[in-house]
Design a binder for this molecule. Structure first.
Ligand code: AMP
Length: 443
């Protein structure tokens, strides 16, 4: 199959040819005709398989067919994403695919000044790519109106509908026309979130490429059991052995990532870090350096887990396992993208055994445990036999290590569980206002 058969405008086909795209990926083959037909779509496909173009191309196609009203244009397509970096990346994709169209693509996210965004909105926008928190700031100020939106896209939809973002998403939905097309895409859907997603959609068509919650076949992943205090030495050992390769290292907390990056530097392994405590300029700089290959090691919190497309990244290491099992799929999905092969290694301490079990339960299979000589744990780490225990309902457990995956009770408790901070202390959160605050990803 080629893109010509999908019914896309010649200007888009030209842009695809410029980009060297010869054939649509499976999610593109299935989703593009449906989106072009005007249907609501719930789309699931593995990480790195071309979901962005699966919604961006038909959305651009739709807008290109209309003559926009005279005067400053109000957004006709709204794309909501969970992180600022993803907003930049998704907007870049729209710009790339829409380069032969006269459409304006604008981003709104926090951590940068409001006024340039207000000016941009005043000049007119066709496609708005936004993080929920900053979009609400603009809605409250009256600097953006969403009454002309024809298409809504929730990228990383399960994250956008979890309790951290849901109140903000509901406020935004209330400002959108009832008559609209809605598109929800993600690599993971928890059943509870999926049921919620279906409430937002009108007679949706579901497109699911590969079984739900699965990892791209091109990613080889395994775990190394190790005592917690020896994790850093093991990480240094792996990074030194693989000294020519680019590596994305995931850590648990902002502070932990900072320390880890510093300690790697001290061990002669220069690393940059990205997390919610850094200024937006520093975050984007670190990511750009890593994407361009200038930086070899990036240490990140889950702010970098979703959607980021890092070309040819060979290796992801989980220094700490994620608290939420779905995040494992997203984290390791930064490698093995677009058919390339990739590798993911998780360092698993005794106290993380339950997290590994939750991940295995989500994946429906075991992850190979391989001992590294000199780093064998003092006590065997059991990840197979013990059945997954559902946490009892009731007050949130005090330790963030004990939260069952994907079961947030409210946004602030959720945030608390992830950062170990009180809700009001978390970066970017004001007066407990909802909207993307989770794990410092608030836009
Ligand atoms: P995504 O999952 O949307 O982040 O896309 C993953 C990577 O695949 C990105 O680098 C895209 O530029 C690339 N890509 C998406 N669709 C195609 C295609 N049809 N042909 C070649 N590359 C593609």
């Amino acid at each position: 199959m080629t893109f010509d058969t999908l019914g896309l405008a010649p200007a888009l086909l030209r842009a695809l040819a410029d980009n060297g795209y010869a054939t649509p990926t499976p999610i593109q083959q299935q989703a593009i005709p449906l989106v072009l037909s005007g249907r609501d779509v719930l789309g699931g496909a593995q990480t790195g398989t071309g979901k962005t173009a699966a919604f961006a191309l038909p959305v651009l196609n739709r807008l290109s067919k209309e003559t926009p009203p005279a005067g400053p244009r109000k957004p006709r397509a709204l794309v909501l994403v969970p992180t600022r970096e993803l907003a930049v990346q998704v907007a870049d994709s729209f710009k790339t695919y829409g380069r032969h169209l006269k459409l304006n693509v604008t981003t709104l996210f926090g951590g940068v000044g409001m006024q340039p965004q207000v000016d941009q909105l005043r000049r007119g926008v066709d496609v708005l790519v936004a993080c929920p928190g900053r979009l609400i700031d603009h809605l409250d100020r009256g600097s953006v109106k969403l009454d002309a939106v024809q298409v809504l896209v929730l990228d990383e939809a399960d994250r956008m509908l979890d309790m951290g973002f849901l109140p903000a998403i509901k406020r935004i939905l209330n400002r959108l026309p009832k008559q609209r097309q809605s598109l929800l895409f993600s690599a993971t859907f928890e059943p509870r979130i999926k049921a919620l997603a279906l409430e937002f959609l009108d007679n949706p068509q579901e497109v699911q490429v590969a079984a739900q919650n699965t990892i791209a076949q091109t990613i080889a992943h395994r775990a190394h059991p190790v005592d917690g205090p020896k994790k850093r030495a093991l990480l240094v050992e792996i990074l030194s052995r693989r000294h020519t390769e680019q590596v994305l290292v995931f850590g648990k907390t902002k502070h932990g990532c900072n320390r880890l990056a510093e300690q790697l530097e001290e061990s002669g392994l220069p690393a940059v870090a990205i997390h919610g405590n850094k200024s937006q300029a520093a975050r984007q700089k670190a990511l750009n350096e890593f994407k361009s290959g200038k930086a070899r090691i990036l240490v990140a919190t889950d702010v970098a887990a979703r959607g980021l497309d890092i070309p040819d990244l060979p290796l992801v290491i989980n220094h700490d396992l994620p608290m939420v099992a779905e995040d494992y799929i997203h984290r390791i999905g930064r490698t093995g993208r677009n058919g390339a092969s990739g590798e993911a290694i998780s360092l698993v301490a005794q106290e993380e055994a339950h997290l590994l079990r939750q991940i295995q339960k989500l994946l429906g299979r075991d992850i190979a445990m391989e001992h590294v000589q000199g780093f064998e744990p003092t006590r065997a780490i059991r990840t197979d036999a013990a059945p997954f225990k559902q946490q009892p309902r009731g007050p949130r457990p005090p330790s963030r290590n004990r939260r069952p995956h994907g079961k947030p009770r409210d946004a602030s408790a959720h945030a608390h569980a992830h950062t170990g901070q009180k809700p009001a202390q978390r970066d970017g959160q004001r007066n407990g206002r909802p909207g993307g605050e989770r794990r410092g990803t608030r836009g």
